[in-house]
Design a protein around this ligand. Structure first.
Ligand code: ACO
Length: 323
């Protein structure tokens, strides 16, 4: 049985850090309000002239170094993003070119904050069906470019960054890979499209637009949706919360993460939290958190890691990986 195995992680955060106090200088907010409601203390914001593909390339370069692979070894570049460099070509093709990769496929995937979970599922499927052998799965976002910086209800929540993993085929004829992506579960419900969206686009307004959100509605939906899909993943893999080593959720809001973990019976010390330092980086948040926990030695080979996210669409999903 061929499985796809994570063999390297990498991430990149822009240099510029914006604290809650910095935001309070131009919108009516406070460090206390933001920390209490979201757990966010700071976020990184891109520099002028820095594009999503630049962040993606920096993260991917680190993931490839960690995996010990070069441009000739990659035959799929998948970039999960809602903030592409251009409407087309895909940011993934720009990343492919900047990394000197000359073979295989490259495309973007749009599932907003669930982009990385969707992307892992798609890359895993392409590897297991033999279409690709070794993939770069990247979540990269410059949400600062979509924010209405006069709207305190949204601009305090998001940050920029990128994370990447190298996923490769393992196992094969006569053998069974003992690790890799074990099970994936994806969901969408487009009836909620108006609760978290961008009010622009090429085929409607012809503008880039700004992020708009009914925060309370998103919050109400999030915990139930996330716990449902994780229960499906547990059932499919025949495990319980106690079997997990690490829970690496999308980092939107500390309260959503803690409420989901509690409802599922996942011990607090198994949760990887970066939202305090990164804010919500949409599709980049899970690979950023994964890379942090791999590099500081928390996530170890052989451990059971649960990825989960929920975002605009609504879209949501869970992926269980034996690391
Ligand atoms: N600073 C100070 N006050 C604020 C701010 C701010 N930045 N933003 C809103 N307020 C005010 C509101 O105007 C309101 O004032 P009012 O009572 O005078 O009308 C008050 O705070 C309460 O506002 P609510 O929106 O009801 O606050 P709530 O407790 O719901 O918290 C939040 C808002 C943090 C957005 C919450 O709803 C939330 O976390 N929602 C989930 C949204 C999310 O995480 N989205 C990310 C994308 S989706 C995803 O990734 C899962």
């Amino acid at each position: 049985v061929t499985r796809s195995v994570v063999v390297g992680t990498g991430s990149y955060l822009p240099d510029r850090i914006v604290t809650n106090d910095d935001l309070a200088k131009f919108v009516d907010t406070s460090d206390e309000w933001i920390v209490q409601r979201t757990g966010i203390r700071q976020r990184h914001i891109v520099a002028e002239g820095q594009a999503t593909s630049d962040l993606a390339v920096a993260a991917a370069t680190r993931a490839m170094a960690a995996a010990g692979v070069g441009p000739d070894d990659i035959d799929l570049v998948l970039v999960a993003t809602s903030t592409p460099d251009n409407t087309f070509p895909a940011t993934a093709t720009q990343v492919q070119a900047k990394l000197g990769i000359l073979r295989g496929a490259a495309f973007d995937l749009q599932a907003v904050c669930s982009g990385f979970v969707y992307g892992m599922t798609v890359a895993d499927s392409l590897i297991r069906t033999g279409v690709a052998k070794r993939a770069l799965v990247i979540g990269a976002e410059t949400f600062s470019r979509l924010l209405d910086w006069e709207d305190r209800t949204t601009c305090v929540l998001f940050g920029d960054g990128a994370g990447a993993v190298v996923l490769e085929a393992a196992g094969g004829e006569g053998t069974i890979a003992d690790r890799g992506v074990l099970t994936s579960h994806l969901r969408a419900d487009g009836r909620h499209g108006d609760k978290l969206y961008v009010d622009g686009g090429p085929s409607t307004t012809g503008t880039v637009g700004h992020l708009r959100m009914e925060g309370r509605e998103v919050y109400k939906f999030a915990v139930g949706a996330v716990t449902d899909v994780i229960e499906d993943a547990f059932a499919a893999a025949g495990i319980t919360a106690d079997d997990l080593d690490w829970f690496v959720p999308h980092q939107a809001n500390r309260r959503i993460i803690e409420a989901s973990a509690k409802k599922l019976g996942i011990a607090a010390e198994k949760t990887v939290l970066t939202v305090d330092r990164h804010g919500n980086t949409s599709a980049a948040s899970i690979p950023l958190a994964l890379d942090a926990a791999v590099r500081d030695g928390r996530i170890q080979r052989g451990q059971l890691v649960l990825l989960e996210s929920m975002g605009g669409g609504f879209t949501w999903g869970a992926v269980l990986v034996r690391w």
